[in-house]
Ligand binder design. Structure first.
Ligand SMILES: [Zn+2]
Length: 234
């Protein structure tokens, strides 16, 4: 059912079960690139191993993650990256594989800003921040801001509701917000927000740290500013 494919640290090391040996080479190649991208943004994986598990079937992936959103190709927890097998992705080119692994390892690195898994849970990381950061770190193409605004109408497209009902819009909006953060504060901004949040540690600390750095009173106001500064009507 599961292929335990890789554990990831610096430098990347790979362990594989006998059944997984055919999966190991491609994952190893992408892990190294992924870690370089994380490093460029000042993000690091924690000292414990991060395991990449490749699921041969959608049923196995859903059973392991508890998530059945059709667009989902991967899900990352504190210690494990669950990947649907690339042949089930639709597009599994070399570049897409690297970007997806980079995105997922970025999720792990953001969690690892906290002392342990429980602390990361308590913090309640906002999805719009983590998806935006990981999307930018991985260099993934997203729906343009114009399309986001056209489809979201006047609604705030960064809520959990939007990630469920129209992931393209939510990811596009999160990407635009994260891109603006990097433009204003440099590539170390995600690590900076997480370090500040970890010092706080209470529920909502990541959102508070990001808003403080952005100089915005709340997420809707921050979003309006990003839209305005891009020269678009809100
Ligand atoms: Zn993600």
């Amino acid at each position: 059912m599961l292929l335990i494919a890789a554990a990831c640290q610096t430098p990347a090391r790979v362990t594989a079960s006998a059944a997984a040996s055919s999966e190991t080479p491609w994952i190893s190649a992408h892990l190294e690139r992924a870690q370089q991208s994380l490093g460029a943004f000042g993000l690091v994986l924690g000292p414990g191993a991060t395991t990449v598990v490749v699921h041969d079937t959608t049923a196995s992936f859903v059973a392991a993650t508890g998530h059945d959103e059709p667009a989902l190709r991967a899900w990352t927890t504190w210690s494990t990256v669950h990947l649907l097998h690339p042949r089930l992705w639709g597009d599994d080119s070399d570049a897409v594989r690297t970007k997806r692994l980079t995105h997922e390892l970025c999720h792990a690195a953001l969690l690892h800003a906290f002392a342990d898994e429980q602390a990361a849970r308590t913090a309640e990381l906002p999805r719009f921040f983590t998806e935006g950061a990981c999307s930018v770190v991985a260099g993934q193409a997203r729906v343009s801001l114009d399309k986001v605004l056209a489809r979201a109408d006047d609604d705030l497209p960064l809520t959990i509701d939007w990630f469920v009902k129209d992931p393209d819009v939510a990811y596009g909006a999160a990407h635009a917000l994260a891109t603006a953060l990097v433009h204003e504060h440099g590539p170390g901004v995600f690590a900076q927000v997480m370090a500040s949040a970890a010092r706080d540690g209470r529920a909502g600390c990541v959102e508070r740290a990001a808003l403080t750095l952005a100089g915005a009173p709340d997420v809707p106001a921050w979003w309006r500013r990003v839209v305005d500064s891009a020269g678009r009507a809100p």
